[in-house]
Ligand binder design. Structure first.
Ligand code: GLA
Length: 856
């Protein structure tokens, strides 16, 4: 009876608080459903077993009865004065029970009762709450288990500054959701103040997670697995203990930025976990800032960009290894206990043997149209490490710069910012995942992602190093005649004392060769422009041949190890970009070349990696900075290039796909995926690149590699960023007609293939056929590609993503000479019917292909 009478008073008190009449809010008036109890349910104004609140012979009218372990978090907005109560073990436990009562403000312990046993008198608590935003009331079991731990917060009151703002009970653990449309990374603050992460794909927990589930775990203070962060502090302490400080959120347009602030409990070291959310795309960019506020220099031994946790059941990893001319070879495997590492320790051209992009699938091997998958792609062109640490109960994916030989010193006040990790989520398979990632890339990952890409002709496969002004200009008229829009002059145009007539000399001497090009580059550009084509140029600014004037003058400008014989690759060395004079030299050469009137395109190549990573410029105790400082200087150069030459299109190349990542790509328009242009190889390779990169960025040129039929080669190249690398002068008139037809068709469909959505239909690996289709954003138009790799029968290709209610007219484009029209040629069909029945292509024999347009 008394209870109910009091409840009325409580209600009045509450109203009073809310309307400014009084500042005292009884704890019992809050939403106690938010309070956890180790047994039964928390009671307002009664002990845990329902009898009046009584401690050591004294009855309390007001308060909360709970049971260890218990936890209540109350948001008080920095507007509370104090918390007061009488605490103890409720008499209903008799002489049994023991517990400790703890009051925390914003994760910091403000008061502890010490051990209280059954029968002990109540202890008074009065805690100042000035500035506190979250008050936490905890009851722990006293170290002897929780049985009989009936715990009373009697006469418990929160006194607010005034009656305007009322305290609110909130979920027992602070959950920091980092959320996009259908993806969530749930971070949660534990009792110990550390930050935890719920395994991807599972809901947040209602208790403090165990230590292995710490988010961004740190070495040296209890965490025994692969850490995300390893720091040697200024005083030599090798441990780090990060505690949660708070979260900041800011929105700009479609993007939200979330920054979770962590700080070491004993050192002025701040770590900020940053996320940029692209909600509609289900894409999250993640990076970490490490700020040294200590009095001396600290050393970062490891500093991952991301360290996400996954449930181990059915978790599969798809990753991509390779070599020159054999990039992006996929492997899918189940992750098993132990640590699987994908990495690179070669600094420059770092992706030659493996790409820093992968897919984790949570429901078994990944499928195109079902299952939960997460793409990960590290935006870093240097040595990287992606470690998948399967610890039995969970798998942690740690991705970032390779800690190998990369200890990084931070002076007081310095900040280290990790590369960005890009995650793309889909609950229905790889197709959707890629479409999200492609849309993100067009908006954020590449330059001018919404601008059309021109049809390009490159001379490399046609002439190699063997050309002069006349030979190049001789390619222009046939190029123009078949519809080329852009001519790219490759390697071999520079060097005088040591002419660049092969790959053994001249690299570094960027003056045009006077014999080959007596009047320099400008006339070549002018001739192209006069024919209505644009002109582009090949550069390799980071490298030098020992046989060059540059090396003769500056032998100390290269990356090398003292006392070791110089090791060459492709007869060349890498310039030490950590040295300011080298930075200035490379910028000058880029600026001079790109300033030549008429040059509006450049291919930026990089044809070796580091095997002797020493810098004659860096101090002895800074040698381990080379890996990271090289990349930072390179990015600064690329950024400057993009800024100073905003209208110049750039291709990212590294002896093929030795440098393909979103770290460099944001300064580029496209990349050269492989020197291997054999269309039979390209069909699966472009398929694999397309998991992460939009086809408009995947350069695909028609060449004679593999000696495949030209129509087949053209059709394959048209399914990505179309170009040619052929000696048109030597081409037969039939072959020229095929090329001209392909270019004409490409111009008709490029809006759809470059800006539309990609659907991968039939996986080509070890298959008779591969197929895919593109659909324009408004679904009015689509393009279907079929690539017949072995002899077969012309079975229908079933496109996806069409508007089922729309009528499409079916038309094969650039049909190969001598082939019969497809059965649906010129006919109108609904999207529903086309997706159900498919389109029978004109190809059935090995090395034939077919492109079909579906248009209004
Ligand atoms: C690399 C590139 C090629 C070509 C040559 C020129 O190998 O991948 O496309 O540009 O360099 O030397």
């Amino acid at each position: 009876m008394r209870f109910f009478a009091y409840a009325g008073v409580v209600a009045l008190g509450w109203l009073g608080a809310a309307t400014g009449l009084g500042g005292d809010v009884p704890l019992a008036s809050l939403d106690l459903k938010q309070m956890t109890a180790g047994w039964s349910v928390t009671k307002a104004n009664a002990g845990i077993n329902g009898t009046p609140l009584r401690i050591a012979g004294h009855t309390y009218n007001q308060g909360v009865g709970t049971h260890a372990a218990s936890r209540l978090r109350v948001q008080v907005y920095g507007k509370a004065q104090k918390f007061t109560a009488q605490v103890g073990i409720d008499e209903s436990a008799g002489k049994n029970g023991s517990a400790e009562f703890i009051v925390q403000g914003d994760g910091v312990v403000l008061w502890r009762s010490g051990l209280l046993k059954g029968g002990d008198p109540a202890k008074a608590v009065s805690v100042d709450l000035a500035g506190v935003k979250f008050l936490t009331l905890l009851v722990e079991d006293g170290g002897d288990g929780s049985s009989h731990d009936h715990a009373d917060w009697a006469d418990a009151v929160i006194t607010m500054n005034d009656g305007v703002i009322a305290p609110v009970a909130v979920a027992p653990y602070e959950v920091v959701p980092v959320q996009t449309k259908s993806f969530a990374l749930n971070f949660q603050v534990g009792d110990d103040g550390r930050l935890y992460q719920t395994q991807v794909g599972t809901p947040a927990k209602s208790a403090t997670p165990p230590r292995p589930e710490e988010a961004y775990p740190q070495a040296g203070d209890g965490y025994i697995w692969e850490p995300a962060l390893q720091v040697v502090h200024a005083d030599g302490n090798t441990s780090t203990t990060l505690k949660y400080q708070g979260v900041m959120r800011a929105s700009t347009g479609a993007q939200e930025r979330v920054s979770i602030q962590l700080r070491d409990a004993a050192y002025p070291l701040d770590v900020i976990l940053n996320f940029r959310l692209h909600a509609e795309r289900d894409v999250i960019e993640q990076w970490v800032e490490i700020r040294n506020h200590e009095n001396g220099e600290i050393t970062l031994e490891r500093m991952a960009s991301a360290a996400l946790l996954f449930a181990p059941q059915n978790l599969y990893l798809t990753h991509f290894s390779g070599d020159w001319a054999a990039e992006m070879q996929p492997t899918t495997e189940r992750l098993t206990p132990g640590t699987k590492i994908l990495d690179s320790k070669i600094g420059v051209r770092a992706h030659q043997f493996g790409n820093p992009s992968f897919v984790l699938s949570l429901d078994g091997p990944p499928l195109e149209n079902s299952g939960r998958v997460l793409a990960g792609s590290l935006a870093w062109s240097g040595s990287f490490q992606c470690a998948f640490d399967h610890q039995g109960g969970q798998v942690r994916a740690l991705c970032g710069v390779n800690p190998f030989a990369s200890a990084y010193h931070l002076k007081p006040g310095e900040i280290f910012t990790t590369p960005t990790m890009i995650w793309a989520w889909s609950t229905n398979g790889l197709g959707n995942m890629s479409r999200h990632l492609h849309a993100w890339a067009r908006e954020n990952g590449l330059r001018d992602g919404h601008e059309p890409r021109a049809v390009l002709l490159n001379n490399w496969e046609a002439t190699g190093f063997d050309f002069d002004f006349k030979r190049i200009v001789g390619l222009y008229d046939p190029a123009k005649a078949i519809g080329t829009e852009l001519f790219l002059l490759d390697d071999g145009w520079f060097g005088n004392k040591y002419p660049r007539v092969d790959d053994r000399a001249g690299l570094g001497d960027w003056a045009p060769n006077r014999q080959r090009l007596p009047d320099g580059l400008a006339p070549l550009a002018t001739e192209a422009i006069q024919r209505g084509m644009r002109f582009g140029i090949w550069i390799e600014p980071e490298m030098v041949n020992p046989k060059s004037e540059l090396f003769e003058q500056h032998p100390d400008w290269v990356i090398r190890q003292p006392k070791r014989e110089l090791e060459l690759q492709r007869t060349q060395l890498t310039l030490d970009l950590t040295r300011p004079e080298v930075q200035a030299f490379e910028w000058d050469l880029i600026k001079n070349i790109l300033s030549v009137p008429g040059i509006t395109y450049a291919k930026w190549d990089c044809n070796r990696y580091l095997t002797q990573p020493g810098s004659p410029y860096l101090a002895a105790n800074r040698q381990s900075h080379l890996w990271i400082d090289y990349m930072r200087a390179l990015y600064a150069l690329m950024e400057k290039t993009a800024k100073e030459f905003p209208k110049t299109e750039l291709m990212l190349c590294s002896g093929g796909g030795g440098r393909v990542d979103y770290g460099a790509l944001k300064y580029f328009h496209e990349f050269w995926p492989s020197d291997n242009t054999d269309p039979v190889v390209r069909v699966p390779m472009q398929w694999d690149y397309s998991y992460f990169f939009p086809p408009l960025a995947i350069a695909s040129h028609v060449t004679h590699w593999g000696n495949r039929p030209l129509h087949f080669a053209c059709t394959v190249a048209m399914s990505a960023r179309f170009g040619m690398d052929l000696d048109l002068v030597k081409l037969s008139s039939e072959d020229r007609a095929i090329c001209a037809g392909a270019i004409q068709a490409y111009k008709q469909i490029r809006e759809v293939t470059q800006q539309g959505n990609l659907y991968r239909l039939e996986r080509p690996h070890d298959a008779v056929r591969g197929a895919l289709n593109f659909v324009s954003q408004d679904r009015a138009r689509a393009v279907v590609f079929a690539f017949q790799l072995k002899d077969g029968v012309a079975l229908p290709v079933k496109p996806q993503g069409l508007d089922p209610n729309r009528q499409y007219t079916v038309r094969e484009l650039n049909r190969a000479p001598g082939r019969a029209a497809i059965p649906l040629e010129g006919k109108k069909r609904s999207g529903a019917e086309l997706m159900r029945e498919g389109v029978v292509p004109s190809c059935a024999k090995a090395l034939t292909a077919c492109v079909v347009e579906l248009a209004p």
